[in-house]
Ligand binder design. Structure first.
Ligand code: HEC
Ligand code: HEC
Ligand code: HEC
Ligand code: HEC
Ligand code: HEC
Ligand code: HEC
Ligand code: HEC
Length: 320
């Protein structure tokens, strides 16, 4: 091999070496990612943003266009949701990998929760069957069973267990109420279901003092759903005539909140503080419902001391 050939040989080898060592480095970027995240990248390259681009064969160039805002998926919410380990095409047809998407696909029926969750030990604790039964008795289903399904409240790309997992009552209330308000304070979504006008919640609840404070501290479900012992979250929403209106249902010693909203906390709180309404003492003060034994005793002692003082004072005056 001549000197010149040697140099060419060496430089080719070096390029090859660099090339092959560069290739695995590039792959390493994605090999760490879970299978579904890789698979979803293509869908999210369009559905993750307000703009998408595609190659238009008729114009023979790349075209940028706006994504329909209802079709934008928030990938961070998706990867924190219950179904975060899914590929998009676990629920949607694999044929969505072509663009433009075949028109007939939008007629495709969607899976229901029960298609996947009706069987299996790991789902038993949720009581899907009872939830379904309760939902079917609710005002939503009774009035609109053609269009009202579980996905209407459980947004498929963001639904996340909260009542069971969240550490604060405030988070639970905020998340749960945001589900109801996604329709009851949003006429566009409300009218996907019903023709009639969306009632104004502030007006229909004007009998309730401190409305905002209540909406931030209790769930709509508390007043509007029928309680079922076996369910963590009641699903039978009753017509407005049956809603809770009596203040004492909550503002009393055996507040119904103990059995519903605060049950998420009470067990842990009982262990920590030794009494059931500890949770209310630490996170909120519901007039009438809170009782603190120590405060009660202290006030009794003070009361007793005052009486004793008066008695001594009177005796001293009589003697004098
Ligand atoms: C090149 C961009 C692009 C890619 C990649 C893409 N989509 Fe779409 N998708 C769109 C646009 C734009 C729409 C709006 C309707 C239309 O124009 O077809 C849409 C609509 C949809 C719809 C709404 C219902 C319908 O049929 O109109 C679904 C569901 C959907 N895409 C799922 C997917 C899935 C799943 C993937 C990945 C396998 C994917 N898309 C990849 C651009 C894209
Ligand atoms: C757990 C099942 C599930 C997964 C996983 C899922 N989707 Fe969906 N998706 C649905 C359902 C159900 C609907 C219909 C919602 C409705 O009609 O209320 C839907 C609707 C859509 C729509 C139309 C928007 C709308 O509200 O009608 C788009 C776009 C979409 N999905 C894209 C995606 C993309 C992209 C991914 C992956 C990142 C994905 N989906 C993952 C179940 C799923
Ligand atoms: C295509 C099948 C499928 C559909 C449809 C589906 N799920 Fe799931 N779901 C699963 C699987 C599988 C998991 C477990 C995911 C994991 O652990 O990564 C899961 C997880 C969950 C969890 C979390 C369980 C836990 O212990 O963390 C809840 C809650 C849940 N799903 C509720 C629902 C609801 C409500 C619906 C309907 C609105 C629904 N699912 C629709 C298959 C499905
Ligand atoms: C009117 C709205 C609404 C509808 C409709 C609805 N849900 Fe729910 N669901 C909720 C709310 C709110 C929660 C509480 C979410 C949280 O904090 O985890 C919940 C929680 C759940 C949970 C978790 C319960 C637990 O033990 O932690 C499951 C499972 C569930 N729903 C299944 C369903 C199924 C199945 C359907 C349809 C048959 C359905 N839901 C319809 C509002 C709804
Ligand atoms: C997808 C939209 C949607 C969601 C989400 C939703 N609702 Fe509704 N709700 C409706 C519609 C539409 C009606 C009107 C039903 C009818 O035609 O009478 C209704 C009716 C009601 C009524 C009965 C009012 C009456 O006139 O008797 C109550 C109470 C109610 N919803 C409470 C809730 C609560 C609580 C939640 C959350 C757990 C919730 N809704 C979630 C759409 C929704
Ligand atoms: C303290 C109990 C309480 C709370 C909390 C509560 N509601 Fe109500 N709600 C009622 C009562 C009682 C009525 C019936 C008022 C009437 O008879 O006009 C009602 C009426 C309604 C109606 C029917 C309105 C109409 O004019 O037709 C809807 C819808 C509704 N509530 C939804 C909600 C939603 C969504 C939330 C959570 C953001 C919520 N409510 C929180 C007690 C409550
Ligand atoms: C569904 C349960 C529930 C019902 C029904 C209810 N409340 Fe409340 N109320 C609460 C909760 C929870 C708080 C907030 C406690 C906190 O500050 O964290 C609250 C707070 C209040 C406050 C404010 C206390 C403060 O600290 O400023 C007043 C006043 C009040 N409620 C009066 C009423 C009256 C009057 C009614 C009947 C018309 C009523 N509530 C019905 C649960 C309820």
């Amino acid at each position: 091999m001549s000197g010149r050939n040697l140099i060419i040989f060496l430089s080719i080898s070096i390029t090859l070496l660099l090339g092959t060592s560069a290739a695995p480095a590039q792959e390493q970027d994605t090999t760490g990612l879970p299978e579904n995240v890789k698979a979803n990248e293509e869908c999210l390259s369009c559905h993750g943003n307000e703009y998408y681009s595609y190659f238009n064969r008729w114009l023979d160039r790349n075209v940028r266009d706006r994504m329909n805002p209802y079709y934008i998926i928030d990938s961070s919410k998706f990867y924190h949701s219950n179904h975060s380990t899914f590929k998009c095409i676990d629920c949607h047809s694999y044929e969505y990998d072509t663009f433009p998407h075949p028109g007939g696909l939008r007629l495709e029926p969607q899976y229901t929760c029960m298609d996947c969750h009706a069987w299996g030990e790991e789902w038993e604790k949720f009581n899907f069957e009872t939830i379904q039964k309760e939902f079917q008795e609710s005002v939503h289903y009774q009035e609109h069973n053609q269009s009202f399904d579980c996905w209407m409240c459980h947004e498929p790309h963001s639904y996340k267990l909260t009542a069971r997992k969240s550490d604060t009552i405030k988070n639970i209330v905020a998340y749960n109420n945001s589900i109801c308000l996604s329709c009851h304070s949003n006429t566009d979504k409300y009218q996907l279901i019903a023709e009639k006008e969306n009632p104004n919640l502030i007006e229909s609840h004007d009998w309730l003092p401190n409305q905002r404070l209540h909406f931030n501290n209790v769930r709509c479900l508390e007043c509007h759903a029928k309680k079922v012992d076996t369910l963590m979250v009641a699903h039978n929403i009753r017509p407005k005539e049956e809603a809770v209106r009596k203040c004492a249902e909550c503002h009393s010693r055996n507040s119904m909140l103990m059995a519903s909203l605060y049950k998420y906390k009470s067990k842990q709180a009982r262990q920590e503080y030794g009494f059931l309404n500890a949770i209310m003492m630490s996170e909120s003060f519901v007039i009438g419902a809170n009782r603190n034994q120590i405060l009660n005793t202290i006030s009794l002692v003070i009361f007793g001391l005052v009486i004793l003082g008066i008695v001594i004072h009177t005796i001293l005056r009589i003697i004098n």
